[in-house]
Design a protein around this ligand. Structure first.
Ligand SMILES: Cc1cc2nc3c(=O)[nH]c(=O)nc-3n(C[C@H](O)[C@H](O)[C@H](O)COP(=O)(O)OP(=O)(O)OC[C@H]3O[C@@H](n4cnc5c(N)ncnc54)[C@H](O)[C@@H]3O)c2cc1C
Length: 419
């Protein structure tokens, strides 16, 4: 290794330039802190690039839930279904899966739903503040989303969940017939019922949104450093961050926001945290491939179709597999086939396929809190299906912790020490 070089000092070093790291950098810079954001790749090039672009504030029911225990076995027998585990990956995934099933038990679900609902409520207000302050309101669409059902029975089976959402303050409109056709013309007649969620929002494109937020952060003094963090060490003066190649950087605090890769660094700090890569796939068709009025969601099939400024994005699914497992784009094609059946006018040519890994925790709640070894190191990862949705709230909570302010919600459900 060559002679170590120092990149200088900062108040806060953030590791990971995905949407969580970027939003946190923006919020801390707004609060007057000197921030460096360290990213080993291009910023917002992992899951934060290709996701479905939803601020899914009404999505308060954790994925780990009693319902999934009934659906999962059937789904797992379909290799292209909404949830899959390639056989070779099963032994690696098993410990996470056992925790996931444990978190899905009725005795756990009330607490995790309350925590998710509180975080999503905060996310709604914090996102409005952040987009206003960053000048990004023009990138947010206020069109709501539409969940679609192929039978009266499937819709009936969903009613209990919707009642729980309504109790938590989620606005819901059950729709059919002319109202359904008004919300989204051109649907297959197989789709007989819908649920309209007016509080749901989408961004014009998740990568564009993240990069625009990064620009707003840089305009407030955030410095972007290219490099991969390999080590963190704490002393009485602060945190020493070491990059591959030997460069070092000193900061009063460090925030670990490295998505599904975060556990490699927490392990060095003595915290074994079960964040796993949960892959999703999609195809982005050229703009105009369908006259889509708002995001449409197919809960029985685990995918959504989103109108973005950059095209029509068809995707979702959940594949539990390690970083090195082969990529299976058949999954993206399978969802596109299904979407063409539900949206008969969809032009399916000219699409770009993509795969990305969600940073998923077995109890479907993110990790937001301090490392066990030092209050100077904060964790902000594990947002699973809701990283974009919860980015502004996470940024607010991490800023409150660093500034020693009392957070506006109880953050104990997100504590790293819960595992
Ligand atoms: C198909 C799909 C659809 C989705 N749809 C939605 C949606 O509609 N709404 C929603 O809210 N969420 C959605 N998500 C989830 C969302 O994309 C993620 O939760 C979110 O992007 C996670 O952001 P992050 O910043 O934590 O992680 P990432 O985006 O993974 O960023 C982490 C960054 O850390 C960097 N990094 C890692 N290790 C190091 C290191 N040692 N040194 C330096 N840098 C490092 C990586 O290069 C990466 O850029 C979806 C995900 C998928 C896959």
């Amino acid at each position: 290794m060559g002679k170590a070089r120092s990149q200088g000092n900062a108040d806060v070093a953030i590791i990971g330039g995905g949407i969580i790291g970027i939003a946190t950098a923006f919020r801390l810079a707004q609060a007057g802190r000197q921030v460096v954001l360290i990213e080993r790749d291009a910023p917002a090039n992992a899951a934060s690039r290709g996701n479905a672009g939803a601020f899914a504030f009404p999505s308060i029911l954790p994925l780990a839930s009693p319902g999934i225990l009934f659906k999962a076995p059937k789904w797992l027998f379909d290799p292209l279904g909404p949830l899959s585990i390639p056989p070779a990956e099963f032994p690696k995934v098993l410990p996470w899966l056992l925790r996931f099933f444990r978190a899905s038990m009725p005795d756990r679900i009330e607490a995790s739903t309350a925590a998710q609902a509180a975080l999503n409520r905060l996310s709604e207000t914090e996102t409005a503040t952040l987009t206003r302050e960053a000048g990004l309101d023009h990138l947010v669409r206020h069109d709501g989303a539409l969940e679609l059902y192929e039978s009266e029975a499937a819709w009936r089976a969903s009613l209990k969940s919707w009642e729980r959402c309504e109790k938590a303050g989620v606005e819901i409109e059950h729709v059919e017939g002319a109202r359904l056709a008004e919300l989204q013309p051109g649907l297959s007649p197989r789709l007989v019922k819908g649920v309209f969620l007016p509080q749901w929002k989408t961004v014009s494109d998740p990568r564009d949104y993240a990069l625009a937020l990064l620009e707003a952060a840089r305009a407030r003094g955030v410095k972007l450093v290219a490099g991969a963090v390999s080590h963190l060490a704490v002393s009485t003066e602060g945190v020493m961050v070491t990059l591959e190649g030997g460069q070092t950087l000193k900061a009063a605090h460090a925030v670990l926001a490295a998505g599904p890769w975060s556990s490699k660094l927490t392990a060095l700090l003595g915290d074994k945290l079960p964040v796993t890569p949960e892959r999703g796939y999609n195809t982005t068709l050229p703009p105009g491939s369908f006259d889509l009025k708002r995001q449409v969601i197919f809960p029985a099939h685990g995918f959504v179709v989103t109108p973005l400024a950059t095209g029509i994005r068809v995707g979702g699914a959940s594949e539990l597999a390690g970083f090195d497992a082969p990529v299976n784009y058949k999954r993206a094609r399978n969802m596109l086939d299904k979407a063409a059946g539900f949206l008969p006018g969809l032009k399916r040519e000219g699409g770009t396929e993509w795969m990305g890994s969600r940073p998923s925790m077995p109890d479907s709640l993110p990790v937001i809190g301090r490392a066990s070894s030092s209050p100077r190191i904060l964790y902000a990862f594990g947002h699973g299906h809701l990283g974009l949705t919860q980015s502004a709230a996470t940024a607010r909570l991490i800023t409150d912790l660093i500034l020693e302010r009392t957070p506006p919600i109880d953050i104990s459900p997100f504590r790293p020490g819960r595992f």
